[in-house]
Design a protein around this ligand. Sequence first.
Ligand SMILES: CC(C)(COP(=O)(O)OP(=O)(O)OC[C@H]1O[C@@H](n2cnc3c(N)ncnc32)[C@H](O)[C@@H]1OP(=O)(O)O)[C@@H](O)C(=O)NCCC(=O)NCCS
Length: 263
Amino acid sequence: MNIVDLDERNLSLYLVCLEDWSNEMKEAGKMKEDWYRRMQHRGLRVKLAVDDHGTVGGMIQYVPIEFSFVDGKDLYFINCIWVHGYKRGRGDFRRHGMGTALLEAAEADARELGAKGIVAWGILIPVFMHASWFRKHGFRTVDRNGMQALMWKPFTTDAAPPKWIRGKFRPELAENKVTVNAFCSGWCPAQNLTFERAKRAAAEPQFEGRVQFRAFDTFDREDVRRYGISNSLFIDKKHVWSGPPPSYEKIRELISKRIKRLR
Ligand SMILES: CC(C)(COP(=O)(O)OP(=O)(O)OC[C@H]1O[C@@H](n2cnc3c(N)ncnc32)[C@H](O)[C@@H]1OP(=O)(O)O)[C@@H](O)C(=O)NCCC(=O)NCCS
């Protein structure tokens, strides 16, 4: 197995998180590509794990923390590490050392780039990025926000620990309309998918004139700071999503229910 840098040949594969078989990835639209084009010049690093037959099975992407959605300085932040684990498409590559090799390569790269440490986020229950997996690789938790842990591995004694950006978003509701507030930073196709579904559902002809859709671009950390949110969906005051993307039908139903309660 080899760890290689992302190149143009593998770009489209990276943009769909190696899930070139997935219709949901197509539905997630072009936001990941836009994010990539903007982040390319801001220090984004992407590495891929390639097996002995030349098939890409895993990826890791990390950015200078100043361009992430958490507070910190002179550190690199891992947006995500992903080893393809489905039987569909290219197949299941997990538990063959790809994840460890990707993490080690990113860490070595961050050191070489002169960072003072490397940071990851993880979930404390076994879904998505597992905090326990990073702990196993020497990361320590420095901050918690509900079920989410922020973990780091400092390289120098003067490294300052990162922090979650916290804030409370209080949606302003439109007069006699359902308000849909959708926050999206672009780096994660799963989050982009939720955004795209919400936008499409809000524009359903049957809801014409009854829904106000507001899009918040949280690419910049300053915008994350302003709202205390990087990716989220609110329908009126209800925070809809904090996990896997809800289906289009679910979002449409939630909007429809709120419309029925309008005068
Ligand atoms: C975490 C992940 C990167 C590991 O990749 P991998 O290639 O299977 O990892 P490796 O083969 O290097 O390591 C597997 C080892 O980690 C262990 N492991 C797996 N999940 C673990 C967890 N949650 N906690 C602790 N150890 C774990 C395995 O038991 C195995 O240990 P062993 O070598 O002693 O048998 C992979 O499982 C993955 O992509 N998970 C999903 C992450 C995700 O949701 N990313 C998207 C976030 S937006």
